[in-house]
Design a protein around this ligand. Structure first.
Ligand SMILES: N[C@@H](CCC(=O)N[C@@H](CS)C(=O)NCC(=O)O)C(=O)O
Length: 198
């Protein structure tokens, strides 16, 4: 597997997942600050010019959540995804999809301070609705799906961690702050993130 990565990017989340799994891979640093993501070679892998990307047996996987979910299934013996067909799998998908489809656009639009967006017609509603949902989805103790840490935490918890780190989420509730702290205390998190994140 080739993992296309940069330490100051969303690829830290996929790198963290690879570290949680102890998955053997080749790390290819793409310095997007120097335009290395815009070469024809890299655009052939991901026409979006975005990192992370994972190439496994000739198949390209892009999108952080898709890479994390793919790895959880590939290394199923590590127990980072609930069984297909189980009801927990439904909750799992919610944690996997919600951050990319709803939280990320909401945080982006919120930063841009765009006016006149109707929460009824935008898929991400608005900040207030998202904050209530984050609060409801954040576990009081342990992890998103219960006592076991799963890929749901890498995607959902990773997004909350990013949001706090980059000031998109300025006043996390005590419950959210405690969950992010539990995430940051994981050994694999600490091994995969620069000290400035710890
Ligand atoms: N939807 C993508 C977003 C990835 C993304 O935005 N990556 C940024 C770095 S965090 C990037 O590659 N930016 C370089 C560019 O767009 O030129 C995902 O979830 O993986």
């Amino acid at each position: 597997m080739k993992h296309y990565y940069h330490p100051m990017s969303r690829a830290v989340t996929t790198h963290w997942m690879l570290t949680e799994l102890d998955a053997e891979h080749e790390q290819v640093v793409i310095d997007y600050t120097a335009g290395e993501n815009n070469t024809p070679e890299y655009r052939a892998i991901n026409p979006m010019g975005k990192i992370p990307a994972l190439v496994d047996e000739g198949v390209v996987i892009t999108e952080t959540a898709a890479i994390v979910a793919y790895l959880a299934d590939k290394f199923a013996d590590k127990g980072m995804a609930p069984d297909v067909g189980s009801s927990q799998r439904g909750s799992y998908y919610r944690y996997l999809f919600y951050p990319g489809t709803t939280l990320e656009p909401m945080f982006t639009f919120n930063q841009l301070d765009v006016e006149n967006l109707s929460p009824q017609s935008t898929g991400w509603g608005d900040l207030e609705r998202c904050l209530q949902t984050i609060e409801q989805m954040t576990p009081e103790v342990d992890w998103a799906l219960g006592p076991d840490f799963t890929a749901a935490d890498v995607v959902f918890g990773g997004t909350l961690d990013f949001a706090v780190q980059f000031g998109w989420l300025t006043s996390p509730s005590p419950k959210v702050a405690a969950y992010v702290k539990r995430i940051k205390n994981r050994d694999a998190y600490r091994r995969s993130h620069d000290e400035s994140w710890h």
